[in-house]
Design a protein around this ligand. Structure first.
Ligand code: ADP
Ligand code: ZN
Ligand code: ZN
Length: 743
């Protein structure tokens, strides 16, 4: 490579300002992405970081000056993170800027003292009703503000008073009506400062100690490996993590723990805080950009040793990182849905390699990918098969809903479930009803001709909401439910499955004395409402909690002895090769919610597909059996993790151009595959599963190959090809390696 692109200021805002320098011959071997270099800058000498190596001159070759040399001194943290971004760019396909943006924190804009925002307190349904009222009464200012809040439930206060021209009196009035609240955001540097440390920790039991000792022995011997800790819920994985973290801290190193945002509850945070005090920092999406930046600064400065948070916490700039833990490693939220479409698991392993750290992946239901790696011997498998508190796993029954219908029960609750619910309510025990709504949710179709109501812009089915409206979840398009089928004119239009609201109504009607709580997208919109609902239920202020997948994630309610899974097979019909895996995981987690206290638990799985292996093995809570059948299927169809999959997305506003561009890409790929000589299969181009979002057309090309590197080679070749022809200027091309959903 002839030239190096260098950034002088490490901040996302300045990324587009890179400067190009010639690499002197004698330095060529030592310059790589991430290396800190001295550069001539006007008449001064500055220090910068190499972010890209290239043979392409960005301006007049004569005017490109040579680098002075590699900067002397210790290698700063930034070098490693930039090198990691370089690896991500290469491994997943994206621009270097996109990769750097994923890795570097965004600098705080201004140091405002206090910041106020306006939050909608009503559900969207309620807000719409209010809006109609305001409009009818010609309360135009109130209506204007409410419309904005429906579109975006949190608004900046000054934006509302200035841009929307809403008076303070109007805001106050709506505050008194409890339509909205005004909240002040404190600019706290330390998100856990308000907690009180108690400072105690448990003694590990024999099983936990055995697992911890194995990892510690490896660490002390300088063997840094990747471990897969497979442990049933309640087996004490979190205590093991804390033990390992403590060990790493003793050695003067730092640790990162990734945990899905939804599982990052107050209880979890407290456990870590109790043990490690304010050496811990927490990242979550509720922190502002500035606060996130502060957390990264604290990590760099050595103010903290432990960073807990979702995917992005992986890039905490710890100077001497010793351990990365990924809890619930099977969660799909660890895969980025924007370029670079990286998987946190893989990036964690690469970052650990760079800083000579260990990686621990934990789950009760490991991803097929990770278990496969463990079987191959690439990860070391550790197991915890007993619950700490010696509770038995709940007993679980399958109810065939087809049979139920044949026997004349048209209710969404089977006879068996109703019977058990009655019994629990009498005993004052609690019940959770889990509605599996992954993928298809509340769509409406015609029973006469099968026509499904779809969004005219996105080609996905519209979802039915209360108040007779149909809404598109991709673009927000709305229309009323039609009286008759637009296709055949039949009156028999209806939803196949009820939503949580409908179930709440039905349950309340069937058990009028029971107190029912509902947790779903609508009831968890305002800040802290999620925690509030969980707390209310934990305090036994309600008997039944109804919810979507939100309720199945790692909450322990000692008094819950019955879990009902409604429509267990819904997630099996999503067009995605992970459908069985996701269904098994969801069901296992849901069933695991029962009997976490002294009393034994029971679970009912209602399904229209009782013989499906994912449902059968979930009932038996038999991971091994599920894995064996699932991996056989992946083997047969050469799906990941057996082979690797690369999806090339091609999108644009002009259908003809998208079609032509994707044909060209496919042709080029065919040629390249032929020259590679390895075994790679190509499918497409085809319309994407959702072929149209917001009037942007999307085509996809799929490639399956035994070797990941082969696919990286194809991606590299396409990246060059994209610069060659002008048609590609009118389309967006993105790469997705081994996608975790939406295939
Ligand atoms: P997991 O993360 O595998 O679901 P946890 O670490 O949350 O399991 O442990 C489950 C419960 O058991 C928690 O309430 C925890 O406090 C308790 N626990 C874990 N390890 C021990 C131990 N060694 N002694 C006593 N209680 C423990
Ligand atoms: Zn019809
Ligand atoms: Zn739409």
């Amino acid at each position: 490579m002839t030239y190096a692109n260098v950034i002088v200021d490490i901040s996302v805002e300045k990324l587009d300002k890179s400067f190009q320098y010639r690499i002197p011959e004698e330095l060529k071997e030592n310059i790589e992405v991430g290396v800190q270099v001295d550069i001539p800058f006007g008449s001064r000498t500055l220090t910068g970081y190499v972010i890209e190596l290239t043979d392409e001159a960005e301006f007049d070759v004569e005017k490109i000056r040579p680098l002075i040399g590699i900067h002397k001194g210790s290698v700063p943290m930034e070098s490693q993170l930039i090198a990691l971004a370089g690896w991500m760019r290469k491994h997943y396909g994206s621009t270097m800027n996109q990769a750097l943006k994923a890795v570097l924190p965004i600098r705080r804009q201004t140091k405002h003292v206090e910041h106020r925002k306006i939050c909608l307190l009503l559900s969207v349904e309620e807000a719409r009703q209010k809006l109609a009222l305001f409009e009818a009464k010609h309360y135009t200012a109130k209506a204007r503000l409410l419309r904005e809040l429906i579109a975006q439930p949190e608004l900046d206060y000054t934006l509302v008073t200035n841009k929307l021209n809403i008076s303070v009196a109007t805001i106050r009035g709506m505050q008194q009506q409890e339509i909205l609240s005004v909240e002040t955001i404190r600019q706290y540097r330390n998100p856990v400062a308000h907690l009180n440390q108690q400072g105690y920790h448990l003694m590990l039991n024999e099983d936990q100690q055995r697992v911890a000792d194995m990892v510690i022995a490896d660490m002390d011997a300088g063997r840094m490996e990747t471990y897969l800790l497979k442990g049933v819920t309640g087996s004490g994985k979190t205590e093991v993590y804390m033990e390992l973290i403590a060990h790493v801290l003793e050695k003067g190193r730092q640790a990162i723990m990734l945990i899905p945002e939804i599982a990052l509850t107050y209880q979890t945070v407290m456990r870590f805080y109790n043990r490690f005090g304010d050496r811990v920092s927490i990242m979550n999406s509720r922190l502002s950009m500035g606060e996130r930046y502060d957390q990264f600064e604290r990590a760099k400065a050595g103010d903290i040793d432990i960073m807990i948070g979702p995917r992005s916490a992986l890039f905490a700039p710890f100077p001497n990182l010793g351990l990365i833990i990924i809890d619930e490693e099977h969660e799909t939220s660890y895969k980025s849905e924007t370029a670079p479409r990286y998987h946190a698991r893989e990036v964690a392993i690469e970052r650990a390699r760079m800083s000579h750290a260990s990686v621990v992946l934990g789950s009760a239901t490991p991803s097929i990918d990770s278990y496969y790696q463990a079987k191959l011997g690439n990860y070391r498998l550790l197991e915890l098969n007993q619950r700490v508190k010696e509770q038995a796993l709940p007993s679980c029954e399958i109810v065939d809903m087809r049979k139920e219908l044949r026997e004349g029960n048209r209710s969404i609750l089977s006879e068996r479930l109703q019977e058990l619910m009655e019994e629990r309510l009498e005993k004052q025990e609690q019940i959770m009803l889990f509605l599996n709504r992954r993928g298809v949710s509340g769509f409406i179709s015609c029973r006469a001709c099968g026509y499904v109501l779809k969004c005219p812009h996105c080609d996905v089915s519209l979802s039915q909401h209360a108040g007779g409206r149909m809404i598109c979840h991709y673009c927000g398009y709305e229309e009323p439910v039609p009286e008759v089928c637009p296709s055949c004119g039949s009156k028999y239009l209806g939803g196949f499955k009820a939503g949580t609201q409908k179930i709440e109504m039905l349950v309340q009607k069937r058990f009028p004395k029971a107190k029912v709580l509902r947790m779903d997208f609508d009831t968890t919109r305002t800040k802290d409402s999620y925690e509030k609902i969980l707390q209310t239920f934990a305090n036994h202020e309600a008997d039944i909690l109804i919810g979507t997948q939100m309720i199945v994630k790692g909450h322990d309610f000692a008094n819950v002895t019955l879990v009902g899974v409604l429509a267990a097979d819904m997630s099996l019909h999503v067009p995605d090769f992970h459908a069985s895996e996701r269904t098994f995981q969801l069901l296992t987690q849901a069933v695991g919610r029962a009997g976490r206290g002294e009393k034994a638990g029971q679970a009912i799985i209602q399904t229209y597909d009782p013989d499906h292996f994912a449902i059968q093995t979930a009932q038996e809570q038999n991971y091994e059996s599920f894995y064996a059948q699932e991996i056989a299927y992946r083997n047969m169809l050469l799906y990941p993790p057996v082979w690797n999959l690369l999806v090339v997305h091609c999108a644009g506003e002009d259908y003809e151009i998208v079609a032509e561009a994707s044909e060209k890409l496919a042709l080029r790929l065919q040629q390249e595959i032929a020259t590679q000589g390895g075994r790679t299969l190509l499918v497409g181009p085809a319309d994407a599963a959702i072929s149209r979002i917001n009037d942007v057309f999307r085509k996809v090309i799929y490639m399956k190959s035994a070797g990941y590197e082969m696919l990286v080679g194809l991606k590299d070749d396409l990246e060059l090809y994209l610069k060659e022809e002008s048609i590609f200027d009118k389309v967006t091309v993105q790469f997705d390696f081994n996608p975790t959903s939406g295939f």
